[in-house]
Design a protein around this ligand. Structure first.
Ligand code: CO
Length: 206
């Protein structure tokens, strides 16, 4: 597939920004002060900046399949450390989304082969917690409701993982209450974000 069109789109995007605001790019050359660290899914339908109507410089972003916070993910923990210790970001959002392919795969009887299956073993715990809760209930949810429940549980699980990570605990020790941890779910069908975890619901490990 030819990518010339994307390069053309980039040229016109840069031109339009400058036409609107001659200082637009110059403003960003001295550094960045993003308001939020966004941990989201790689899904192309969930572009953080667009859904929050943000521009360059506003969000510090880490994305992977199923917005997972893994203890041994050096990429994630480096982003986290940089966000907290250098950029002094005070809010972290873990954002899942409806119709998440990663969550759907984690819920399947048989996981797909390869790296993605290994990765999704983490999200499979969210499925287990939901199944455990549902085991005592008489009526079972329909498939869409069930997936939504696992998507939410997966967000809660990843926020919980953040509370145990060394860099988060260190920050909270020096600056109590910071970072504030948020769990959100983006609905692909409506474009709306729902809050599923508030900072007040979260206890960071000492
Ligand atoms: Co996804």
């Amino acid at each position: 597939m030819a990518l010339e069109d994307l390069l053309e789109q980039n040229k016109s995007w840069a031109r339009e920004r400058l036409a609107d605001d001659p200082e637009f790019f110059k403003r960003h050359t001295s550094g960045q002060q993003p308001r939020v660290l966004w941990i989201g899914c790689s899904d192309s339908r969930v572009p953080a900046e667009q859904i929050l109507a943000c521009g360059p410089g506003e969000l510090f972003i880490h994305r992977n399949v199923a917005n997972i916070v893994a203890y041994n993910d050096v990429s994630l923990t480096s982003v986290l450390q940089y966000a907290l210790e250098y950029l002094k970001i005070e809010d972290i959002v873990v954002c899942g989304h409806t119709m998440c392919g990663g969550v759907i795969a984690a819920c399947a009887e048989v996981l797909p082969d390869g790296c993605v299956a290994d990765w999704l073993m983490i999200t499979r715990w969210a499925k287990r917690w939901v199944d455990q809760r549902l085991a005592t209930e008489k009526t079972k949810p329909d498939e869409a409701t069930y997936l939504r429940m696992v998507v939410e549980e997966n967000v809660k699980l990843q926020v919980d993982h953040l509370t145990h990570l060394a860099v988060v605990r260190k920050s909270n020790k020096t600056n109590p209450g910071i970072p504030r941890l948020h769990g959100w779910v983006y609905d692909i069908a409506s474009g709306r974000v729902d809050v599923v975890v508030n900072p007040g619901d979260v206890r960071i490990d000492p």
